[in-house]
Ligand binder design. Structure first.
Ligand code: SAM
Length: 281
């Protein structure tokens, strides 16, 4: 029996990211009171509903759904309360829902968001990195070039950066961070709220070495603290570091090595290394 009477509209409902005990009382009440639940995957949400003892029609929805499917949900919201959930966590956070919320608001439909679990906030609060300013970057691109472009774009931002990641990609992400975010402290938060929850903090190079050796399982958030205040090395020190690296490495590798240790741009260092090499007796 429904205990709550809801006005028509869209209800965004966060669900647990691993521990079913994290379902809020209000989320349970609202899911028990809506007419329809829009979800990413009816099997995943079906299991959660079975656990909660709630039987409601489930309708598959994601932001790639065609306009007709979205319109049908919008029509329903004019008369009925409709919930939106994702497989886990807060809808719209690297999950579907943005287009649906925009469309509902454009039609003057009431939208209510119920706060609840999200891996983003759980990881940030657990990481021990500064929380006063942060930037959520979603999933980094999988391809080296595109991932590098994003990290270069964000490298100077004075805030903690938060990314979602996957086990197979983590070590490569950390390699890229070691090269492009060398002055940031990194944290890896894994399997949050679950039995094997883990949070490790260190330099990107240290964590990359660890995860190359111990390929991680499960769900992962990678965080990079704000760039450290270390003063930029002076030109003479950079030249000395480049000369030392050129004595043992090919030029591009030397530039990469010094970029990693100084936080300076690899392409700029490459050009300087070429000049130093041509000056060499
Ligand atoms: N909307 C969700 C939220 O609010 O957290 C995120 C959905 S996104 C498709 C899934 C990603 O979130 C995973 O690949 C992982 O990066 C992160 N994630 C979800 N659950 C997690 C957990 N229990 N521990 C660590 N990361 C998690």
């Amino acid at each position: 029996m429904d205990t709550l009477s809801l006005d028509p509209g869209l209800y965004i409902v966060a669900t647990p990211i691993g521990n079913l005990g994290d379902m809020t009382r209000r989320a349970i009440d609202v899911l028990g009171a809506v007419s329809v639940i829009a979800c990413e995957d009816t099997r995943v949400t079906g299991k959660l509903m079975a656990h909660l003892g709630i039987r409601k029609p489930l309708r598959r929805y994601d932001d790639h759904a065609d306009a007709a499917a979205r319109d049908a949900l919008i029509q329903l919201m004019r008369e009925e309360a409709v919930a939106l959930v994702s497989d886990a966590g807060t809808p719209l956070i690297s999950d579907p829902g943005y287009r649906l919320v925009r469309a509902a608001q454009a039609e003057g439909i009431a939208v209510t968001s119920l706060p609840g679990p999200s891996a983003l906030i759980t990881a940030l609060t657990l990481s021990g990195l500064p929380t006063d300013r942060f930037l959520f970057g979603g999933f980094l691109p999988g391809k080296d070039k595109a991932r590098g472009d994003v990290l270069r774009e964000l490298a100077a931002i004075p805030a903690t950066l938060v990314f979602y990641d996957t086990g197979p990609r983590l070590a490569e992400t950390l390699d890229a961070m070691a090269e492009l975010l060398p002055r940031r402290e990194i944290a890896v938060a894994r399997e949050l709220t679950k039995l094997f929850e883990e949070c490790r903090r260190g330099s990107a190079a240290e964590l990359a070495a660890h995860y190359h050796e111990h390929p991680p399982r499960g769900e992962i958030v990678v965080l990079a603290g704000p760039p450290s205040e270390a003063p930029a090395p002076d030109a003479a020190a950079v030249d000395a570091a480049l000369r030392e690296a050129l004595a043992r490495l090919p030029i591009s590798q030397a530039a990469k090595d010094v970029a990693r240790s100084t936080g300076l741009d690899r392409k700029v260092l490459y050009v300087r290394a070429l000049a130093l090499q041509s000056e060499a007796p």
